[in-house]
Design a protein around this ligand. Structure first.
Ligand SMILES: NC(=O)c1ccc[n+]([C@@H]2O[C@H](COP(=O)([O-])OP(=O)(O)OC[C@H]3O[C@@H](n4cnc5c(N)ncnc54)[C@H](O)[C@@H]3O)[C@@H](O)[C@H]2O)c1
Length: 363
């Protein structure tokens, strides 16, 4: 296999992608951290089982690091888990010279980044994303945080990792459903910024993609370009929220009501359907592209049925979105595939209509 290394800069953090990314981690550790500095690895139970042994094989020095392993899943992305992690930092004797390594998907990088950003008013952390979603989105850009009462990312800070190491080999153990979850964020990247990437994504069924590296690189390029224009999300970075305002409502609803909740990406795929409909109603998206997007999403994602009675609660959840202004949700919409516009105030009645139309689309 060819040895590749791609390097990006996202909001000031270096991001290394490729089969030699962990070599970069080795040299980062030897340049910046002595044996006396505490190194802590945070993983969830799955990434501990599947990814930690590979990491130790590649970077043997890390076998001495203090390990913190938490249960997996979005329901763990809470302040209660943070408290347990902070207690473990104290047990490990962590201080501002310590380094936290977040080994996992977006749940671990969001929660781990947040715990690191505020412990002793901030200690260094790096991300080693192990899910596709983490590799193309969650691990870069400095958004960290946790959910509150299942409301997404209500508590958090912007804090950038010292570096991000994307090693696609970790994907070998990622379940198909989780690969799909990352694929939804890649579709979103393409829809807001790059028609050619969209065409490439839909050219072959997701399930037959085995070499993800070039897709990851294209997706990171889009994210990097947008985040670097607006690191603190006061303008252009809002473009990355396409599908997320209503997607987060589905995710919160599912976390509250489903025994087996939606993955983040499944919820975002559903949010993309609704926000594509709103784009068609108010932002000039053609019916041809609307139907194309909905068809492509439904080809990949199971048609999740929501009871009509859930719609009141979904609308209510959108009232808590951080980006709302004067009581109105502010959405990112697309004018056509590859061209999005942020900060569009949408009437609550149209939000409700989009949830009803969603139930038609998935019939
Ligand atoms: N900060 C950001 O900019 C940003 C952007 C997008 C999403 N997010 C957040 O990311 C989270 C979703 O991330 P996610 O989809 O990675 O979820 P996740 O971290 O919960 O991982 C999904 C599942 O895959 C397992 N897993 C991860 N890597 C594995 C591997 N290599 N082998 C086997 N199992 C593995 C995990 O244990 C978990 O069960 C959400 O909380 C979302 O809000 C954050």
């Amino acid at each position: 296999m060819a040895k590749n290394l791609y390097q990006f800069n996202v909001a000031g953090s270096p991001v290394y992608v490729g089969s030699t990314a962990l070599e970069e981690l080795k040299s980062h550790l030897s340049t910046h951290y002595s044996e006396k500095d505490g190194i802590i690895i945070l993983a969830d139970e799955n990434t501990h089982e599947h990814c930690y042994p590979l990491l130790i094989e590649e970077v043997p020095r890390l076998s001495h690091a203090f390990k913190i392993v938490i249960p997996a899943g979005e329901s763990q992305k809470t302040l209660e888990t943070c408290e347990r992690v902070w207690n473990q930092f104290a047990v490990a004797g962590a201080n501002r010279r310590s380094l936290l390594i977040n080994l996992g998907g977006g749940m671990i990088s969001d929660l781990g980044g947040f715990t690191g950003a505020v412990f002793h008013r901030g200690m260094d952390f790096i991300h080693i994303p192990t899910s596709l979603l983490g590799m193309v989105d969650a691990s870069m850009g400095g958004k960290t945080g946790v959910d509150l009462y299942s409301l997404k990312n209500l508590i958090g800070v912007f804090s950038n990792p010292k570096a991000v190491y994307v090693w696609p080999r970790f994907l070998k153990t990622l379940p198909l459903r989780q690969l799909l979850s990352g694929y939804a964020e890649m579709m979103k990247h393409a829809l807001i910024a790059d028609y050619n990437f969209w065409s490439r994504l839909i050219a072959i069924p997701m399930a037959v993609i085995s070499d993800w590296e070039s897709y990851i690189v294209e997706a990171i390029k889009i994210k990097a370009e947008i985040v670097n224009r607006d690191p603190l999300e006061t303008g252009d970075r809002l473009l990355l929220n396409f599908g997320h305002t209503l997607g987060h409502a589905f995710e919160t609803w599912s976390l509250r009501h489903d025994e087996k909740p939606l993955t983040h990406g499944e919820a975002i795929a559903m949010g993309i359907i609704c926000e594509t409909y709103i784009s068609y109603r108010t932002a000039g998206l053609s019916i041809v592209e609307r139907d194309e997007i909905v068809k492509r999403i439904l080809l990949n994602f199971n048609s999740y049925k929501i009871p009509t009675l859930a719609i009141d609660e979904l609308v209510e959840i959108t009232n808590y979105d951080k980006k709302n202004q004067r009581g109105r949700p502010m959405l990112t919409l697309i004018r056509n595939i590859g061209n999005a516009v942020a900060g569009q105030a949408v009437e609550p009645a149209l939000i409700r209509e989009s949830f009803f139309r969603f139930t038609d689309f998935v019939k």
